[in-house]
Design a protein around this ligand. Structure first.
Ligand SMILES: [Zn+2]
Length: 462
């Protein structure tokens, strides 16, 4: 009775326009964290929107300055019911990318909600205002229905995610006592399909680096010097060819990752990758040869060349170019140590005679995280989602893309579970960002069921 009543309440919340009203107020705050002069809006989102809402639910709210002086504030709110109850940490970001006013279809204003068919347009509807609005509304519905949550909860809202979360890791590392939770459950990013409830538990890491070969002081006429001088572009092309085969298989010793637990393999076997609106055609022969497409994108390391230049492509000269540069890029999974990637590449290049190529890692890689699908909290969340929606739940051990989940998984040491409420075609960083009405309605129910079950007394032991 109680659970169904709560689900009925959240349906009403959507149908009576309250969800739209809550989201519209939040979308209206121009929290464009990458633009100069955004400080007042970032502060206002926490002062005038999040704090009153959370305070009304009995949260103690504190807005902390960011440890990096040029980045937005961080809200930490806690509602403590009983020290003996489980404690969940949740997260959202109130900042958005630039609005790109004037570039939306039909003259849509990015700072208003505009409905068209099953789409609701507005900056932040998908990333991330809509997602944390769903989660907090579901929380309030459980509180109103049950009279108590039945668990303790810590909410962290940051205002710099679209700038790469400056200061978040330092803040959490310095304030671990604020985040003494049993589990982390939050929402960001896309479902695997708009109609398939999805959970993911981490992400691949990102490692960027450059390779440079500087051999001459300037270009040299190929008629006078061709046959006498080394061409750096040709040498660099051979270096690349030594690192990866024509089908994308990595050849650098130590850079591949093909190990998977049985539970990761089983979870990936149920996933269909690719597809969707405007999706490119998958090359079934690209990447790790003995893996399925889902295993390649979620469970293997992949190497890309982001850019490769020699000479001047805008104005090619009949000359031997002075230098060549490659911008390299790895997505990597748990089990790969990013500190070893450059030493391994150095060893590889030297072994193949490319000692003259200089390599350099970019600063601040994104770290890889993953929670095993057999983890008790992962199984518990799947069971709750299935209770609300049926058995068709996509479980992704980690996203193929990257997010700063290592702050929660490694710095705070929490099992991390993400339940995304958007979809791949949502245009989240471009004009025309939107959510889908059907996805949103199911998300409200899924999260209401999840918070309900969390307070029902049958959670994994701490
Ligand atoms: Zn974003």
């Amino acid at each position: 009775m109680g659970r169904d009543e709560a689900l009925g309440q959240i349906d009403d919340y959507f149908l009576n326009g309250s969800f739209e009203a809550d989201l519209a107020r939040r979308v209206a705050v121009r929290t464009e964290s990458n633009l100069a002069g955004c400080e007042a809006a970032l502060q206002s989102y926490l002062d005038d929107e999040m704090t009153p809402f959370l305070s009304s639910m009995g949260f103690d709210c504190t807005i902390h300055p960011n440890p990096r002086s040029d980045a937005g504030p961080i809200l930490v709110a806690r509602r403590q019911e009983d020290d003996g109850l489980p404690t969940v940490m949740t997260y959202g970001h109130g900042d958005v990318v630039a609005g790109y006013d004037g570039q939306w279809i039909d003259g849509i204003d990015p700072w208003l909600i505009t409905k068209s068919g099953h789409r609701w347009y507005g900056r932040g509807t998908a990333d991330n205002k809509g997602q944390h609005t769903i989660n907090l509304a579901a929380l309030k519905t459980v509180l109103d229905t049950r009279g108590a949550l039945g668990f303790n909860i810590i909410v962290l809202i940051e205002m710099g995610e679209e700038r790469g979360s400056p200061g978040l890791k330092e803040f959490c590392a310095a304030n671990k006592h604020l985040f003494d939770a049993d589990v982390f459950i939050a929402s960001d990013g896309p479902r695997i399909h708009p109609d398939t409830p999805t959970m993911f538990m981490g992400s691949r890491g990102v490692f960027n680096f450059t390779m440079k070969l500087d051999v001459h002081d300037g270009g040299h006429h190929s008629g006078n010097w061709g046959g006498l001088l080394t061409n750096p572009g040709i040498v660099m092309a051979h270096a690349i060819a030594s690192m990866v085969d024509p089908n994308g298989k990595i050849l650098v010793e130590g850079w591949r990752s093909t190990e998977m637990s049985g539970s990761v393999r089983a979870a990936l076997a149920r996933l269909d990758v690719g597809g969707g609106e405007n999706a490119p055609t998958i090359n079934p022969n690209w990447g790790e040869p003995d893996m399925t497409p889902a295993e390649r994108v979620f469970a293997s390391n992949t190497f890309e060349i982001r850019a490769f230049e020699t000479g001047n492509p805008q104005s090619p000269a009949n000359a031997i170019p002075p230098s060549a540069i490659v911008f390299g890029h790895l997505r990597y999974v748990v089990g790969t140590d990013p500190d070893q990637l450059m030493p391994m590449l150095r060893t590889h290049l030297d072994k193949h005679g490319f000692n003259a190529i200089e390599i350099e890692a970019e600063r601040d890689p994104m770290y890889a995280t993953r929670l095993d699908p057999d983890h008790p909290w992962a199984k518990w969340v799947v069971a709750s989602l299935a209770e609300t929606h049926g058995d068709d739940i996509a479980v992704i051990p980690n996203l193929g893309g990257s997010l700063p989940n290592d702050v929660f998984a490694d710095v705070l040491g929490l099992p991390t579970i993400w339940v995304p409420h958007s979809y791949a075609g949502c245009s989240q960083h471009a004009p025309n960002e939107h959510i889908l009405e059907g996805t949103t309605r199911t998300a409200l129910r899924l999260m209401t069921g999840l918070w309900w079950d969390l307070g029902a007394g049958e959670t994994p032991a701490a």
